[in-house]
Design a protein around this ligand. Structure first.
Ligand code: PMP
Length: 306
């Protein structure tokens, strides 16, 4: 379904989403010169509360993306959290929500550059459950290479960069897979099209390093924190492609997929092919934490309703 109705934040105020339009000559539309975030808010029906997950960290990353793209962000991360709370309140959501902040080059000019252009910032929201399949994923190592820091910086969440993800993901689904894993230019495992990659070997959780051209994922950090709290060993290091074939468990972590178990890679079964016990433990803690059901992770959450 198309995203219509409700309220968003645009041009410094809350306005109806259907009025928040841009012209076809806008720089960001022509050149992909914008950056964005994807944030989830989880509804807890018993508490009548909507919790934004790691909102401040997402806006801090947005501001870093803005610096890389020379976008002037007129708000602090804290102010952006507050504006998002206002948008969510105004929409009176009683269910899970996906939040899309976006900062972009708004000038209406033909000029391939980043400097000297006018910037704009928008936040829209859309009701959402699990927007992707989150169990039993069949992965393929893509022939599309992950963008690198010196091409389109991978640590910035740049709108135009998602052509790379879309090419890999589209090829994967055309071949009957759920997700694509990309390699970096030097042949290391990088990440999936919109989530970070984790494997488990000999009861140790391993994830790829920031030097493997990944987006510095916020769920990735949350997973490592939970691993630490559960007393599960973890490593952040370069991972070879064939480690996927010998791993006991594999999962993806990201705002969209949450913690998604992987049952095959390149048509090879992962471990027993069943949900692994470490993945299951992480999922249990994570899904409680995001709904405000685990006091230890209360600081991950911003309650929306007073
Ligand atoms: N990598 C890419 C390329 C992504 O688009 C995302 C989703 N933002 C992630 C990883 C996961 O990041 P996060 O956990 O912050 O959502």
């Amino acid at each position: 379904a198309e995203i219509t109705g409700g309220y968003c934040f645009f041009k410094g105020e809350i306005m109806p989403l259907d009025n928040a339009n841009i012209n076809i000559s806008t720089h960001a539309l022509n050149y992909g010169t914008g950056c964005f975030e994807g944030i989830r808010a989880y509804w807890n029906a018993e508490q009548g509360q909507l919790y934004m997950l790691k909102a401040l960290e997402h806006f801090q990353r947005l501001i870093k993306s803005c610096r890389i793209l020379k976008i002037e962000c007129p708000y602090t991360a804290e102010e952006l959290v507050e504006w998002t709370v206002k948008v969510l309140e105004k929409n009176e959501y009683q269910g899970n929500v996906y939040i899309r902040p976006m900062a972009f080059k708004a000038s209406r000019v033909i000029k391939v550059t980043l400097g000297g252009l006018r910037d704009e910032l928008a936040i829209f929201t859309v009701p959402m459950g699990d927007y992707v399949k989150t169990e039993d994923l069949a992965l393929v190592v893509s022939s599309w290479q992950r963008i690198s820091d010196n091409t389109i910086p991978s640590r910035a969440k740049v709108t135009g960069a998602y052509i790379n993800a879309a090419l890999a993901n589209d090829a994967a689904s055309a071949d009957g897979y759920d997700e694509a894993i990309m390699l970096s230019a030097d042949g290391q495992l990088s990440e999936a099209s919109s989530s970070n990659l984790f494997i488990v070997r000999d009861n140790t959780i391993i994830t790829t390093p920031v030097t493997a051209d990944i987006l510095e994922g916020i769920t990735r950090r949350a997973v490592l924190q939970v691993a630490e709290d559960l007393g599960i060993a973890y490593e952040v290091r370069a991972v070879d492609r064939t480690e996927l074939y010998v791993a006991d468990e594999i999962f993806l972590a990201g705002t969209g997929v949450q913690i998604a178990s992987v049952s095959s890679v390149d048509r090879r079964k992962v471990g027993s092919g069943e949900l692994g016990s470490i993945t299951a433990q992480l999922q249990t803690v994570y899904y409680k934490a995001v709904r405000g059901l685990d006091e230890r992770y209360a600081d991950w959450l911003t309650p929306v309703y007073k």
